[in-house]
Write a protein that binds this ligand. Structure first.
Ligand SMILES: [Zn+2]
Length: 87
């Protein structure tokens, strides 16, 4: 029982790769985002009100790549942002 080819250094995992496989998702990060999307009451900064205000989503354009929505301030109606909804 001598001369067993035993290498103390087996397969070395690069640090930072192995613990990532069993990593739990961040608590409530994605769920909160989904809730905000369903409520459709995201706050956007309004340059006229100078404060983050609730927005109203309005369909602005229908593009081949998706629908372009515009966010309007609920207080003064100023456009505070836009998004493209990819289908
Ligand atoms: Zn406003």
């Amino acid at each position: 029982m001598s001369g067993l080819p035993r290498k103390p250094t087996g397969p070395t995992w690069p640090p930072g790769l192995s613990p990532r496989t069993a990593r739990p998702p961040q608590p409530g990060a994605s769920e909160q985002a989904d809730q905000f999307r369903s409520l459709d009451a995201s706050l956007l900064y309004c340059p006229s009100c100078r404060v983050a205000t609730p927005t109203r989503e309005r369909l602005l354009l229908v593009l081949p790549t998706g629908n372009l929505y515009e966010y309007l301030c609920q207080h003064c109606g100023t456009s505070t942002g836009s998004k493209t909804d990819n289908q």
